[in-house]
Design a protein around this ligand. Structure first.
Ligand code: AMP
Ligand code: ZN
Length: 475
């Protein structure tokens, strides 16, 4: 019997209990990256959230089909179909073919995701490989009276969809002002959007396909509706993205999908708030643009950033500072050191406390099952680690559970064999001399020998009965 799951739904504006609409499997669609540049760590915060969501749904005992698109055509610099073509502009900048550019950044994106412990969605769909499906979708919208052809482009007529704006709670006029849409005189209504571009705008667009409206390429919004429906059917359980998608992209997805289907499309809309830097949101167009690689170059592991992401709830914006990242780094490294310590203890003592293990697993799950409260779930982790009644082996078992959702590579550390430590003969000889000095109560000599051992890169730890343990100093 699966557990109860509740998530905040942008559409209902409250926390809803969720269950798969078909009674069997959650169908989840997440808007993927536009592959014209490296993902910045702000983008990646949104994908961390979506991965936590996927893992939590599975942990609760449900089946899940998780689909994400790769936008490799059609996304203009403004989400509302104005400005330059993102892919085209970047290909010119990098002197690459558009598709080579797309594959380069798609590969980099999945490398970053893997480094952050994010699982690949079940289906990754590239826009350029689904253009025929998009054309069929637009044709049906045209047949149903939702689309019109004007000055070389096919537009969605938002006046035909009275519920337009229901996700963001704005009417069509407000949305127009909010999005500061550039006047396009070919549109019937300011909030209308492009379903299919012909050469009207970018004559130099390399990626073009034949269509009933002329050679051209799809708009960005139609990509998501088409691919979501192709792989997940007529009713989605969950649709995700960043909050910037609420007022334009997701309103447009709803209008075209519900127009096409004639019924409600998505049960739960979930959105991640932004990663902020001191001057506002982190964005590819603004100056401060940090990648996973840039963090590595500054001496941080991807795990440190992942830990940083877990310390804030996905629905609140997170302020990125290096002080905050340092704090996350320290916490993560101290977690890893604790694991190493527990492993040493558990190697000689396999005692467990099954009751405490399941109590902590239950508490951890409860926070995640109730709107992915990762900061509170993290507090449960530290609570368990501090509990003196919890044997080392149980702590390790609990951390393996935590890692199934948090993806912090803890299980890897738990399972890796420690390289056998070989202590050099001369260090052992010094330790033996020190033992003799201690027996003779020659404390000055004992201290001197300890310093000598430390200077050579080892620590000597006193044990009962004048025994000792030698370990290399951790670098
Ligand atoms: P893009 O590749 O530009 O289409 O964006 C990919 C994802 O990152 C989208 O879901 C955006 O909503 C999200 N996103 C963009 N900027 C940020 C940010 N500063 N913090 C969190 N998510 C963001
Ligand atoms: Zn989308």
């Amino acid at each position: 019997m699966p557990e109860k799951l509740s998530f905040y739904n942008t559409m209902s504006r409250k926390i809803d209990t969720v269950e798969p609409v078909d009674g069997a499997e959650f169908k989840m669609y997440c808007c993927g990256p536009t592959v014209y540049n490296y993902a910045h760590i702000g983008n990646l915060r949104t994908y961390v959230f979506e991965d936590l969501l996927a893992k939590t749904i599975r942990m609760a005992g449900y089946k899940l089909k998780h689909v994400m698109n790769i936008t490799d055509v059609g996304h203009l610099t403004s989400d509302a179909d104005t400005g330059d073509d993102k892919m085209l502009k970047a290909a010119e900048r990098e002197k690459l073919e558009v598709l080579d550019l797309a594959r380069k950044y798609e590969k980099a994106f999945f490398e970053d995701e893997a480094a952050l412990g994010i699982n690949r969605p079940d289906i990754v769909a590239r826009a350029t490989e689904h253009v025929d499906d998009m054309i069929a979708f637009v044709k049906k919208l045209e047949e149903k009276g939702y689309a019109y052809f004007s000055n070389g482009n096919v537009y969605f007529d938002t006046s035909k969809f009275p519920e337009y704006g229901k996700l963001s709670g704005q009417n069509r006029d407000e949305l127009r002002h909010g999005a500061r849409v550039e006047q396009d005189t070919s549109k019937r209504n300011p909030s209308d959007f492009v379903l299919w571009f012909t050469s009207s705008k970018f004559g130099n667009q390399v990626l073009q396909w034949d269509s009933p409206w002329g050679r051209g390429y799809p708009g960005w919004h139609i990509e998501c509706s088409t691919m979501a429906m192709k792989y997940l059917g007529d009713r989605l359980d969950i649709h995700c993205g960043g909050i910037d998608h609420i007022p334009v992209h997701h309103e447009n997805e709803i209008a075209q999908s519900e127009g096409y289907l004639g019924h409600k499309w998505v049960n739960t809309w979930m959105h991640a708030a932004f990663l902020q830097v001191k001057d506002g949101k982190m964005s590819k167009s603004s100056g401060e643009f940090l990648t996973v690689d840039a963090l590595r170059n500054k001496g941080y592991k991807p795990e440190h950033y992942k830990y940083f992401c877990l310390t804030s709830h996905y629905k609140t914006s997170a302020n990125f500072t290096f002080e905050a990242l340092d704090a996350a780094k320290n916490s993560y490294e101290s977690l890893i050191n604790k694991i190493k310590e527990f492993k040493r203890v558990a190697a000689n003592d396999a005692t467990i406390n099954a009751e405490l293990e399941s109590k902590y697993i239950h508490d951890f799950n409860e926070f995640m099952f109730n709107d992915l409260k990762s900061p509170q779930a993290l507090a449960v982790v530290w609570d368990a680690l501090k509990n003196a009644d919890m044997p080392a082996k149980s702590k390790l078992n609990f951390l393996e559970h935590v890692d199934k959702i948090f993806g912090l590579f803890l299980t890897k550390v738990i399972n890796e064999q420690e390289a056998e430590i070989v202590i050099p003969e001369d260090i052992i000889a010094l330790a033996e001399q020190r033992k003799a000095a201690k027996t003779a109560k020659d404390w000055a000599m004992s201290d001197k020998l300890r310093d000598e051992i430390t200077a050579r890169g080892y620590t000597v730890k006193d044990m009962p009965n004048n025994e000792y343990q030698l370990l290399p100093v951790e670098k």
